[in-house]
Ligand binder design. Structure first.
Ligand SMILES: *Cc1c(COP(=O)(O)O)cnc(C)c1O
Length: 370
């Protein structure tokens, strides 16, 4: 891959700080580092978790889980995105001591076939569908699942998992309560056969609002990276003191005046109503910096916010530098995300892009080079 013109900097000190904040909720944690740790880098995230003494981690695919293991993480690693495991997958899970998530009978039978006649025991996570209607066994299947596992003793349910759909929305508390009810009814069935099986239901929002049982393992994702999934709701701030982990900068490569009446960029989308000083920053939609931001979108130059103007191009974006006390020169740095001063947050960008901070860090994080 050709090195991108923008730079992603990941502040692992802030990552550690955020985990410290989440630990105050006194739940065991299974930090979610799927999708390359939401763009921040899964291998380094795994090393940080190990340093902090964390004993559970959740990756995306089984290959990603293997990478977490290879990075030196010694705890349990659940692969949240397990497809129907083939023989290769089961072999990999056994070799690296990974925990595939089994969420349907195809997966269950496939694991059983792969283990048939072997003396190995595979730990699995059992997913119950409590209302997301995405992955998982329905509650009505749990007797059968539990009986099947009791019969096939070389498949061991280490943890039962489900996922909230609306725990970040106070208006939807009844739905979240219903999800909890289904989850713990399923767990009651499983616990009759497997009393030591752990439970893991809460995401960041579930952890913040403390809706799950005390000995549950919680799976925060977004908060690790410094953002509040309850932003904009009455519950905003339920995890206080989080610090943003990702910063993205790009060099300013051209600075020039734009005279009154002149236009710039594709479609002539910006026209100068007065004398302006403009700069082109080397980041564009090819770098995941989206093409259609809302009016009011900013970057940060020398600690001050400057407006994005005109149309975002494939590898370049224009900013209006007129109001800066010291005019920048080519070679100066613009911060698209984070940086010193009045920094832009992933929440700001999410608002400008009409999305959520999760998508912002996933997209911009793809430009990482280190
Ligand atoms: C992504 C994910 C999480 C983390 O959710 P956040 O909202 O980022 O805290 C937890 N559990 C599952 C199954 C997930 O897919």
């Amino acid at each position: 891959m050709i090195e991108p013109s923008c730079r992603v900097h990941v502040n692992w000190e802030h990552f550690r700080h955020n985990i410290g904040i989440l630990m105050q909720k006194e739940h065991e944690l299974m930090p979610v580092i799927k999708a390359d740790a939401y763009g921040h880098g899964v291998a380094k995230a795994a090393m940080e978790l190990e340093r902090l003494g964390i004993r559970w981690a959740a990756a995306g695919t089984l290959r990603e889980a293997a990478l977490v293991r290879e990075s030196g993480f010694t705890g349990h690693i659940v692969a949240l995105l397990s497809r129907v495991p083939g023989r290769d997958d089961v072999a990999l899970a056994l070799e690296k001591n990974l925990v595939p998530l089994i969420h349907n009978k195809e997966g269950l039978h496939s694991v059983q076939e792969a283990l048939d006649g072997s003396s190995n025991t595979l730990d699995i996570a059992v997913k119950v569908d409590t209302g997301m209607a995405r992955l998982g066994f329905p509650l009505s299947d749990m007797e059968k699942v539990a009986a099947f596992l009791a019969e096939h003793t070389n498949i061991r349910p280490l943890v039962q998992v489900s996922h909230f759909s609306v725990a970040d929305e106070p208006d939807e508390d009844a739905y979240t309560a219903m999800q909890c009810d289904i989850f713990y009814r399923a767990a009651d069935i499983m616990h009759r056969y497997f009393p030591d099986m752990r439970c893991s239901l809460g995401n960041t929002a579930g952890l913040a609002v403390q809706v799950t049982k005390k000995d549950d393992i919680c799976r925060p994702g977004l908060a690790l990276y410094g953002y509040d999934p309850m932003f904009g709701t009455s519950r905003e701030g339920a995890c206080k003191g989080l610090l943003p982990v990702m910063e993205v900068s790009a060099p300013i490569i051209s600075v020039h005046p734009l005279h009154k009446g002149e236009s710039l960029g594709y479609g002539r989308a910006y026209k100068a109503a007065s004398e302006r000083l403009v700069g082109w920053v080397a980041i564009g939609y090819a770098d995941g910096y989206r093409r259609n931001p809302a009016p009011g979108t900013c970057m940060c130059v020398n600690g001050t916010r400057v407006p994005v103007i005109g149309r975002v191009a494939m590898q370049m974006t224009c900013v209006d530098l007129t109001d800066l006390p010291v005019p920048p020169v080519p070679g100066d740095i613009a911060y698209v995300l984070g940086g010193p001063g009045n920094a832009v947050t992933a929440q700001d960008i999410a608002t400008w892009w009409d999305t959520i901070p999760y998508e912002v860090t996933c997209l911009l994080g793809k430009n990482k080079t280190e």
